[in-house]
Design a protein around this ligand. Structure first.
Ligand code: SF4
Ligand code: SF4
Length: 163
């Protein structure tokens, strides 16, 4: 297992934006965040070191439709300004459960959850659909090793991320 490294591309928080609403504000840095998709309501505080960034409310630091707490830094990295108090859905989110590499170590595919393979490799796509997808309901601790052994027979290497 490998620890997942977030590249701070911001895609997850941008797509979650429509589900995140500020329902109450007790100060400019203390808010109640409501997560529409899970029903969670949570008090959040802007991290002190990110207050200046949070106050930037226009492009390129913030764009309409993003989570209200997401900001883009001057360097182009995406940052959650309420990271320390972010809601459960954000704490448990993993955008990728497994990377699939070829023998030379080049990435050939990425897996989201247990079902969703993203690849432009026709052989990998076929092996996944025919030999792996039918097993996608078995427990994780059996499923991922099974993927590993099936894909190894075709010359692929799996990098499985920690839960
Ligand atoms: S969790 Fe994934 S999608 Fe979200 S910022 Fe990190 S790398 Fe990007
Ligand atoms: S609260 Fe933070 S981690 Fe969650 S969607 Fe918003 S910016 Fe992303």
């Amino acid at each position: 297992m490998t620890e997942f490294t977030c590249t701070r591309c911001g895609k997850c928080c941008i797509s979650l934006g429509r589900h995140m609403r500020i329902t109450r504000s007790s100060s400019q840095f203390s808010h109640t965040l409501s997560v529409k998709v899970t029903g969670e309501t949570r008090p959040v505080q802007v991290n002190p070191e990110l207050r200046d960034l949070f106050l930037l409310k226009g492009a390129p630091a913030y764009e309409e439709g993003w989570c209200p707490f997401l900001r883009r830094t001057a360097e182009g990295m995406f940052v959650c300004t309420v990271y320390s108090s972010r809601p459960a859905i954000c704490r448990s989110f993993r955008c990728c459960t497994m990377r699939i590499l070829d023998r030379e170590g080049r990435e050939r595919g990425r897996v989201k959850g247990r079902h969703s393979l993203s690849t432009d490799d026709a052989l990998l796509e076929k092996v996944w659909t025919v030999e792996i997808a039918p097993h996608s309901t078995i427990p994780d601790d059996e499923f991922f090793p099974l993927c590993q052994s099936i894909l190894a027979t075709r010359g692929y290497v799996c990098e499985i991320f920690d839960p």
